[in-house]
Each structure stands twice: as C-alpha cells, then as structure tokens.
Design a protein around this ligand. Structure first.
Ligand code: UD1
Ligand code: M6R
Length: 371
C-alpha cells in the first residue's frame, strides 16, 4: 500500500523518521541518576563476551548493505577496540579470503536471502567464526543460519532501491558499536552523546526530508547529464558510494562515489566546467580537508554542488560559484544517516523526470538469489 505516494521508493524515503523509531524501539535506555544511558540488543547480549574477545570483526554484505557497514566502520573501530574489516561477499568468496575461528563475522542483508551473502555465511561457518546476522527479515535464511543477530525492524521494503533499510542498518551497527564498547569507562561520555543523538535522529531526518522540493529542482537541472560524481571521505565515504549507487541504479545515469582523499590520484583528470560534482562537506574531523578539496575542484572550474552543515553555505562555497545543500548537523558518526537522504531524494526525482521505472529498475531484482 503506497498510501498517498506515487511510488514505494518515495514512500520508503519519507517514512524514515518512523522506520528509524521502530529500529530503536525498546533498545535505547534513557538512564537516570543511578543508571547510565545505554543500549540493549536482546539478540546479542549472550554473545557480547565472545565478540569483545574476538581478534577481528568482519562485516560482509553486498550493494547497499555493504555501504551501510562501511558507514558504521569508523564508530565500530573507535568504540570496540577490535580491528574491523569489510568484505564484499562475492569478493571474499572469489579470493577464499581468510576467516578464522577467532573472528566475529557480521552478515548484513536487508532481505536475508542474498545468494552471495549466504554463501559467505556458509564459508564463515565452515571456518569456525562466530556468525552474527543483521537483517530486516525475521525468519530469513540469514536470520535462521547465524548464531545470533539483530533484526533491524525497518518494516517491509518493496522498492528495489534500498533506502529505509540503509539508514536502519547504520543505526543498528552504531548500536552494536555502543554495546560492544559498553564496558569501557573512558568512552562513556562519547557513548552517551551518541545515544542522545540517536534519540533525536528521527526528528533530524524529518527536518532533512524538507529538502524534497530543493532536490526536485536540482534534479531538473541535472536531468540530461551523462554523469554525476559524488566526493566524500571519513564517515561520509559510504554516503558518496551509496548516493552514487542510488543514482545509477534507478535513474540510469552514470554515477560514481569517490573517496576525496584519492582525488589527486586520478579522478581530478575528469574535472571540467561541465561535469556535475557533489561534494559532501558536513562538519566533522575531515571538514578542513574537504574545504581544501572544494577549493581545488573550484580552481579547475568544477561544477560543484556542496552538501554542508546548516549555516555553513557561504563558508564552504568559493564566491557564489556553487550550489549548496544545507543539512542539519548531528553526532559525527550518525551524520551519514542524514546526508544520504538528499541523495535518495535526488535519485528519486531524477528517475521520475527521466521517465524510468522507479520501483523496478531494468535488469534488477529486489533479492538477488542467484550468483
Ligand atoms: C525480540 C523479539 C521482539 C520482542 C523483543 C522483546 C523476535 C523476532 N524479536 O527482539 O519481537 O519485542 O524480543 O524483548 O521475536 N537473530 C539471529 N540472526 C539474525 C537476527 C536475529 O540469530 O540475523 C536472533 C537473535 O540472536 C535473537 C532473535 O533472533 O535470538 C531475535 O532477534 P531480535 O529480533 O533482534 O531480538 P530482540 O530485539 O530482542
Ligand atoms: O537484501 P540485501 O541487503 O542482501 O541486498 C543486497 C543488495 O542486492 C542490495 O542492497 C542492492 O544493492 C540494492 N538494490 C541497492 O539499492
């Protein structure tokens, strides 16, 4: 049921304040004078000791689910104190990459039925790792075959392009980072700030959704372009990859997410006055570096669309040469949840304007059950 929306993708983008609320329901403890703020994940509580003691945390997924893990990686590294690595499921299998008994392997999948991810799960089980599922589908193969896990509870996702599952996956992985780090006193202040940020996140998503019309106007401007680049780094490298994946998957426009730190190692050659480039430059530890990236792109006459924190528009844009998307600022590790929303909206409007099928892009299936 699409309600008053024209497409499932549109509905699922707009229901993110509610889906995120359901994802967090019953899992955030407000705390009081005698009890600290904390996170409770029923599915993990009996396995936390093993997870904390593991030699490595490996996150495995495909497409958007992989990008969600990448978005959560910095906070997982920071709070867990255990090395965190990422694997695209097919690539892990192609390489028969190392998975050890001392590893904890997390399988991220909206559907819980993706063939590559399931094969990687079988492989990790054979190698003796503790296997944890992060899935949206209760009773799915991943949910059943993992040792334990967390359901993201985002509600049924119908559009082939994953939107609300992505933001709920990031929130669940941030919560996993919080519970793993729960026994570390030195990071308590940081953890409490993130928990406060989680409580307020649905409101902030509601706020960023107000950019809908602005993104539609931007889509009108970009509708006939051949290509769109998205530059990000740090917490928002994943946002660049995910924004570009959305654009190419539904609007059928070539789009590439680029790690800004790699700009001078090749991508800079593409920059001219015609190619549109989105640069993500919201406030975090990488902000100054992104400001310098913007300056260098501007010096090559790049056609820039800069995503920045509210109020930073004139600071990040050299002269009035670029277009600005101002988004609400949240705790740095949660910023990817906010920043992906305008890009989801852009992909959606581009698709409608270009006349393509929004909910069922050509050649794609919601659940990829074959290799
Ligand atoms: C569970 C209930 C929820 C109830 C809550 C009350 C289910 C599905 N969930 O939620 O309805 O409101 O208790 O305390 O009945 N699991 C895996 N692999 C996965 C995902 C989950 O093995 O990929 C396992 C978990 O380890 C857990 C169970 O499935 O044993 C349920 O997981 P989850 O729904 O995340 O647990 P709760 O949030 O505690
Ligand atoms: O169901 P899963 O999360 O395992 O699916 C993984 C990918 O197939 C999926 O995210 C795909 O990339 C989406 N269509 C992206 O929007």
């Amino acid at each position: 049921n699409k309600g008053h929306y024209e497409h499932y993708m549109q509905k699922e983008i707009h229901e993110q304040p509610e889906s995120l609320t359901t994802t967090m329901r019953g899992r955030l403890i407000r705390g009081d004078s005698c009890k600290a703020k904390s996170v409770l994940l029923g599915g993990l509580k009996d396995h936390l000791k093993t997870i904390r003691r593991s030699r490595r945390l490996v996150f495995i997924g495909c497409g958007t689910s992989y990008n969600a893990a990448l978005a959560a990686r910095p906070i997982l590294e920071e709070l867990s104190g255990v090395p965190v690595t990422m694997e695209i499921a097919s690539d892990l299998l192609d390489r028969q990459g190392p998975i050890y008994r001392e590893d904890t392997a997390f399988f991220v999948s909206q559907s819980g039925e993706t063939a590559d991810t399931l094969n990687a799960l079988e492989y990790a089980l054979e190698n003796g790792a503790l296997c944890v599922g992060i899935t949206n589908t209760v009773g799915s193969a991943i949910s059943r075959n993992t040792h334990c896990g967390v359901h993201i509870n985002a509600g049924c996702e119908i559009g082939v392009a994953s939107t609300k599952a992505y933001t709920s996956q990031i929130v669940v992985m941030a919560m996993i980072a919080l519970v793993i780090g729960d026994d570390t006193i030195s990071s308590q202040g940081r953890r409490e700030a993130i928990i406060d940020g989680l409580f307020d996140l649905p409101n902030k998503v509601r706020e960023v959704l107000k950019l809908d019309q602005e993104m539609k106007d931007l889509a009108k401007l970009l509708v006939s372009e051949q290509s769109l680049l998205v530059f990000g780094r740090g917490y928002n490298y994943a946002t660049a990859l995910e924004g570009a994946l959305k654009v190419k998957e539904v609007s059928l426009m070539h789009s590439e997410g680029i790690l800004a730190g790699e700009m001078k190692h090749g991508p800079l050659a593409l920059v001219d006055e015609n190619l549109p480039i989105v640069v993500i430059a919201t406030r975090d530890a990488c902000f100054t570096k992104q400001q310098s990236v913007i300056q260098q792109l501007h010096a090559r006459k790049g056609r820039l669309i800069v995503m920045c924190s509210k109020g930073d528009g004139s600071l990040v844009c050299p002269g009035d040469s670029c277009r600005v998307i101002e988004v609400p600022q949240v705790e740095d590790c949660l910023q990817p949840v906010i920043n992906v929303v305008p890009l989801q909206l852009l992909a959606y409007h581009l698709t409608v304007l270009r006349g393509y099928n929004v909910d069922q892009p050509r050649n794609l299936a919601k659940s990829v059950t074959t290799q």
